[in-house]
Design a protein around this ligand. Structure first.
Ligand SMILES: Cc1cc2nc3c(=O)[nH]c(=O)nc-3n(C[C@H](O)[C@H](O)[C@H](O)COP(=O)(O)OP(=O)(O)OC[C@H]3O[C@@H](n4cnc5c(N)ncnc54)[C@H](O)[C@@H]3O)c2cc1C
Length: 347
């Protein structure tokens, strides 16, 4: 008998697997890799919405937690995928610079926005008004994280690269049976794929498509992250990830010429050197109407749980939400009402 079956193999599912490993629980993960959101994510994390100077709820605690969380995973997997890195905002006027200092003086933003400007010139970018510096930022190389994690789980005999068939799940009073597996709990972490899940079809994950491009720009000598209308993430070897778009009607993972054009236009407002687009990628973020994650158990099937709605912030929310769900299932700790799946339950 296993403690858990996990359905999904994106940031949410693997964060939960990491919590289980830290707590010596037994589990198996079913992942079909059909959805690409976690793979294509730039993996950035940030304590505020930079454009609006709006701090995110519990951001500093979540960032402290994610840093130790991914660092433990790095040790387990003998790999490097988490990188602390400064994020810069390019100022386009003195007024914008003054605005920054005004916000940096506010108590709720004091630790998040630096009072010292980034004054070094960056080749490839004209920025006479310099840059503001956001603290507590960095990124997770999600591709390395997922690939290494899946390999580790597969080698430990607890990863099955196939789709979970909902109709094959059978219930007993204390446990569930799925093919040859019996388990006390099932964690559904399918991202936008939750819309195919008959047990959790009452939650609302309409999803938001996002696209990005990878550029080759040998004249751009940028080593920090830029967040100014677009994000620019240096990858090394003169390659940079640039993103992202937001699209609410198209729910496919096909790349589009429109997104490519939009990103090119926005990028040209930030950098002033030549670049070539060498790749383009798309995914559907599992967003919710109230922009909150969905964490908790099914109102009628106590063995079934959900970890979803990580939206635009899977890297930052994944570890905290996975821990919250684990503590709820094992130690009966309360999940805040605004995160519970039950908030969508109308029957
Ligand atoms: C362009 C773009 C840029 C982004 N940038 C960032 C960023 O910089 N920082 C950040 O934090 N977030 C970013 N995000 C958001 C981030 O990608 C999501 O928050 C995160 O990927 C959600 O992870 P998830 O595990 O919930 O879902 P997913 O990544 O969708 O993973 C779900 C997995 O479960 C599998 N699955 C589904 N159903 C089944 C089934 N029945 N059986 C087996 N497997 C199944 C899917 O195939 C998939 O592999 C970005 C997203 C996009 C699209």
């Amino acid at each position: 008998m296993l403690d858990f079956i996990i359905v999904g193999n994106g940031l949410a599912a693997l964060a939960f697997a990491e919590v289980l490993l830290q707590n010596n629980c037994s589990f198996v993960v079913f992942g079909d890799s059909k959805l690409k959101s976690s793979r294509v994510a730039a993996g950035l994390y940030n304590p505020l919405i930079v454009k609006r100077y709006r701090p995110l709820q519990d951001a500093v605690d979540q960032i402290d937690f994610l840093r130790s969380f991914y660092s433990r995973a790095e040790q387990r997997l003998c790999a490097k995928f988490h990188h602390e890195k400064l994020t810069l905002r390019k100022f386009v006027s003195i007024a914008e610079q003054n605005d920054w200092f005004e916000h940096a003086d506010k108590p709720q933003l004091a630790n998040l926005l630096s009072n010292d400007l980034f004054t070094s010139a960056i080749e490839g970018i004209d920025s006479p008004f310099q840059y503001g510096v956001v603290n507590y930022t960095g990124h997770l190389d999600t591709n390395v994280f997922i690939t290494k994690y899946q390999t580790f789980l597969a080698n430990s005999g607890c990863f099955i690269a196939e789709s979970f068939i909902y109709a094959d799940l059978e219930f007993s009073s204390e446990f569930v049976t799925y093919h040859e597996f019996q388990a006390s709990n099932v964690i559904f972490a399918e991202g936008y794929g939750v819309n195919q899940n008959p047990y959790f079809n009452f939650v609302s994950v309409p999803g938001t498509k996002g696209e990005g491009i990878t550029i080759h720009a040998p004249q751009l000598k940028l080593t920090e992250i830029i967040n100014s209308g677009v994000f620019i993430l240096p990858l090394g070897n003169d390659l940079f990830k640039v993103g992202a778009t937001y699209e609410w009607t198209d729910k496919t993972e096909q790349t589009t010429a429109a997104a490519r054009e939009e990103l090119t236009m926005r990028l040209k407002q930030v950098i002033q050197c030549d670049f070539e687009i060498v790749d383009q990628w798309a995914g559907v973020r599992p967003t919710t109407p109230d922009r909150k994650a969905i964490v908790g158990n099914h109102p009628q099937f106590p063995q079934l749980h959900i970890l979803n709605g990580l939206g635009t912030r899977g890297v930052m929310l994944g570890p905290t939400m996975a821990k919250l769900l684990y503590d709820h299932i094992v130690d009966k700790k309360e999940i805040p009402t605004y995160l519970q799946a039950k908030r969508f339950w109308k029957q």
